[in-house]
Ligand binder design. Structure first.
Ligand SMILES: Nc1ncnc2c1ncn2[C@@H]1O[C@H](COP(=O)(O)OP(=O)(O)OP(=O)(O)O)[C@@H](O)[C@H]1O
Ligand SMILES: [Mg+2]
Length: 261
């Protein structure tokens, strides 16, 4: 198996209290070339899980295997795209994409960067600076930057969460095209049900307190997937029902027991 997550648990120590367990017994597999989303309410541990897979954090228990080898630290085989593009403002778009390519001769790095800017339809903006771009464009640069390093898997943590609805829809199409062209394995985190259905081969639905996997759903609606397709609506309702109990649980904890939906 390409990526295997096995019996993963993460707990954080707390002052004068028992450790806080974010999630436990997380177990799933991802095949090469698959687009898998992890969908769950705020605080269920999605980012923590992605950081462990990326090697940015260590699990308390369990392990992550990539091509049979245990992951213990960050590496160029796993590319990250976060909610904020985190580009360097003093570098041009092309130089931002070249940043992770210092091991290549300069001319080659320039070409690789340009090829990836073409992939995200931004080659015209190679010499622009991040502040001259829209939010959606900045996110496309950060996707180009991650892909330019030719990772085995792209780890995306709510990459379109800060974008307006129209830009988000455009980015869905763009990401789907990129995925089809590059055949990259993508692990995509979101708490947006529609986004997960739109993009994924498979959706892993997480619950919270403690974080755990509630369900794995294979989405076999043919792409492109209009959100008005009856199968789309049915799946959306099904997931919504499943998650509303979880969200209600969190709201009750945070707002008190007089809260109900
Ligand atoms: N370094 C840390 N120390 C202590 N607790 C942490 C740490 N990092 C995360 N947590 C806690 O772990 C829980 C899960 O956090 P995480 O950011 O992984 O959730 P999430 O599912 O990504 O949420 P969101 O959808 O809001 O991004 C939260 O309750 C958070 O407070
Ligand atoms: Mg998060």
């Amino acid at each position: 198996m390409f990526l295997t997550v096995s019996q993963l648990k993460k707990a954080f120590p707390q002052k004068n209290k028992e450790d806080y367990t974010v999630f436990s017994k997380i177990e799933f597999e991802v095949q090469e070339g698959e687009f898998v989303s992890i969908l769950g309410p705020s605080g269920c541990g999605k980012s923590t899980l992605l950081h462990i897979i990326g090697g940015l954090e260590q699990p308390t228990e369990g392990k992550v295997l990539m091509n049979g080898e245990e992951i213990s630290e960050a590496g160029p085989d796993r590319g990250f795209v976060f909610q904020e593009a985190a580009l360097m403002p003093w570098l041009s778009v092309q130089e931002n994409v070249m940043f992770g390519l210092k091991h290549l001769p300069k001319e080659e790095a320039k070409q690789v960067a340009l090829d990836h800017l073409k992939l995200v339809h931004l080659s015209r903006f190679a010499d622009s600076y991040p502040h001259e771009l829209s939010g959606g464009m900045r996110q496309r640069v950060s996707i180009a930057r991650a892909l330019a390093m030719n990772p085995n898997v792209l780890l995306m943590d709510e990459p379109f969460g800060a974008l307006d609805e129209q830009t988000r829809m455009m980015m869905h199409k763009e990401l789907q095209d990129i995925w089809m062209k590059t055949k990259k394995t993508i692990l995509f985190i979101t708490h947006n049900i529609r986004e997960a259905i739109q993009l994924s081969d498979r959706i892993i639905v997480m619950g919270t307190r403690p974080g755990r996997i509630m369900k794995e759903i294979t989405v076999d609606i043919p792409r492109p997937r209009p959100s008005t397709h009856p199968d789309f609506i049915q799946l959306e309702t099904e997931i919504m029902d499943q998650l509303s109990g979880e969200i209600s649980k969190v709201m009750q904890e945070e707002l008190g027991y007089d809260y109900s939906i």
